[in-house]
Structures are given as C-alpha cells and as structure tokens.
Write a protein that binds this ligand. Sequence first.
Ligand SMILES: Nc1ncnc2c1ncn2[C@@H]1O[C@H](COP(=O)(O)OP(=O)(O)OP(=O)(O)O)[C@@H](O)[C@H]1O
Ligand SMILES: [Mg+2]
Length: 364
Amino acid sequence: MVEVRVENLTKIFDGEVIAVQDVSFKVEERQILTLLGPSGCGKSTILRTIAGFNIPEKGRVLFGDRDVTHLPPQDRYTGMCFQNYAIWPHMSVFKNIEFGLQIREIEEKERKKRVKNALESVRMEEYGERMPNELSGGQQQRVALARALVVNPDVLLLDEPLSNLDAKLRIESRQKIRDLVKEMNLTAIYVTHDQAEALSISDIIAVLDRGHLRQIGTPREVWENPENAFVATFIGEANTINMVATSIDGNSAHLELKDAESGKAHTFKSEYLKGVHLNDKVAVVIRPELMFVSKSKDPTLNQIQAKVRSVMYFGTFERIVAVLPDQTDVVIHRFDQDIPIELNDNIFIHINPKLVYTFGPENL
Ligand SMILES: Nc1ncnc2c1ncn2[C@@H]1O[C@H](COP(=O)(O)OP(=O)(O)OP(=O)(O)O)[C@@H](O)[C@H]1O
Ligand SMILES: [Mg+2]
C-alpha cells in the first residue's frame, strides 16, 4: 500500500516529440486513478514512466516518500499489464505467471503457492497447464492480470487491459478489477480511452489532451463540472453550439444565436460559465439526455426552437436530430416519449440553464 505522486512530469521523445508536458497528480493508497484521453495523448507514456521504462526529461515520480524516478523497473514493486497484454506464447499459463517471481529469485515452494493464489484471484485455477493459444481473449486478459498481481505489487499499472474483450465481459471485468484492487489494498493507475469505463472503474479521473492534463477529479466532478469544452465533450456524447455572450450578471449569462436566414437573434440562458466575458464567442456544450422537447413555446422555460431532421427509435429513448436556427445540428435523447415527434416538426427544446455548459475562449 503506497501513495503515488507524479510531479511536473515532462517526457520528450527523440528531442522533439513532447509526449507529456508538466503533468502532476496524486493517487492515494487503495485508490484507482484513470488516465483518460484520446489516442496519442500520452497515457501509456505516463504509465511506462511510473513503471520505470521511461526516464522523464523533467519531473519526479514518488512512491510514498521514495523518489523512484531513476530506479530500474524491478526495484519499484509495481505490477504492470501492458497495452494488448502480450503474454508469452511459448510458455504455459503457470510459467507465464511464475516468470516474474523467478526474476526476483523467489524460492520454488513460495513461487508455486503465489502462482496458485494469483490464478485463484482471477478464477483461472484450472488453467495452469494450458498454453496461451488454447485460451479465449478474456482468459488471456485474466492471465495478464494474474501476472501483474503475483509479484504482490505496491502499485498496479494497467494499460487498456480490457480493450480486446466483448462488451459484456468488459463490464464484468471492470467490476472484478475494482474489487481486486480494494481487496488486495493496492494503489492502481488505469489507462483507457473509453469514458464509460473510466467513469465506472475510477476513484479519480485525470483527463489528458495532447500531453496536457485538462482536469482531474472524481467521476462525478468531471461529468457534472467540466472545466473546459474538451472535458465536457470527451466525457459523454455532447452537442457543441457556438453563441455570443450578450449580457452577464454574476454567474448567469444571456447567449445569442443568429438565425442563418433572417439574421434575427435568438436568446438562451446559461448559469454554468467558465471563463466567459461580455461579447465573447462561447462554446456551449449540452448533453443529449438533458434536452427536453415540446411542440409549443413556453416563455417560462429556457427554450430554443429547432426543426426535426431525423428520429430514430432505440427502445428506451428516441434519438432526434434537429437543426437550430443557425443551422447547427443537435442530437437529443428523448426518454419521455409522451407526444409523438416526426420528421420536419417544428419543436422547442428546453434545458435547465445550470446544465448549459458555457466556455469562454480560454476554456476550450
Ligand atoms: N518510444 C517512442 N518514441 C517516439 N515517440 C513516441 C514513443 N512512444 C510514444 N511516442 C509518441 O508520444 C505520444 C504519446 O504516445 P502514447 O503511447 O503515450 O499515447 P497513448 O495516449 O497511450 O495513445 P493510445 O490510446 O493510442 O495508446 C504519441 O505522439 C506517440 O507517437
Ligand atoms: Mg497507449
């Protein structure tokens, strides 16, 4: 059990590719922190630096009070599951898991016991003698996890460990990994580009964009209180609409959208502002499930008019695409299907102003 701190980490490859820039975060004992972001944003680079396979150009990695930045991987007490979980094809499941203990020169009796325990913890006790090509993708993934766990690591590092599994097994495995981390008192750092996976498995999420940390917080914080348009649109499906802030009063603003044909202004209210100043061109982010549809105008509601372009039925909700007066398309997920909505209908979309996430130019 150990706290992990990453301080001002910068990693540059070949003297020019800045893969990670000035990233800092802390993972407390028994917590799971997820590094989340699109392909190439630096997730694996950070994880490999924590494991000791990269030496950073700047910054430090600390396990508790121990500065491990320049320690070789085997002296760090980490267990790592690499991206694509390559397990060695020429070794049995048992040998794959035992290997890390042999390197650490642990005696045979102890090795056998620990491999058995590791196999049990991933429910693979029957499979020790199988070869990797005799296993399903999900079973191979569990072997890779057992291999990371068998060394009794202080810190567990998992790089997209579920990427090759089908949707159902992914959800089960998320829960399993979370339970194991808590049961075994580990500190874990988990990498994924899948926002649903990040929300469900993590205690803390660090959202990365091109080597920069854009927000860090609990899943609820990053979902409900995004700091910038990048985080708001990366976590969950989201509509982005460009408007202008025409008046601001404390934490409330009037936003304007111009009708593409008549030039007439449509106003809309937002009570969620980040870095918004008067007359700014702002990015307004709205989640599809937070938009409600009616067929009539109601001046007491925060409404905007639109015309329906398509309606698709998904069972629990309808996915409506509607075009706003400025010709922006928005996606609405309508769960309450009390009135029928059809193609070319003129509709009014209303949204709670507190859920109209509005970002000024510095918070994009
Ligand atoms: N060994 C290397 N040499 C040169 N450039 C590298 C090296 N490893 C990574 N990079 C570059 O650093 C950046 C970050 O790569 P990284 O592998 O950390 O991304 P990632 O977030 O893990 O992406 P993915 O989701 O695709 O796995 C990329 O631009 C990548 O091309
Ligand atoms: Mg990666």
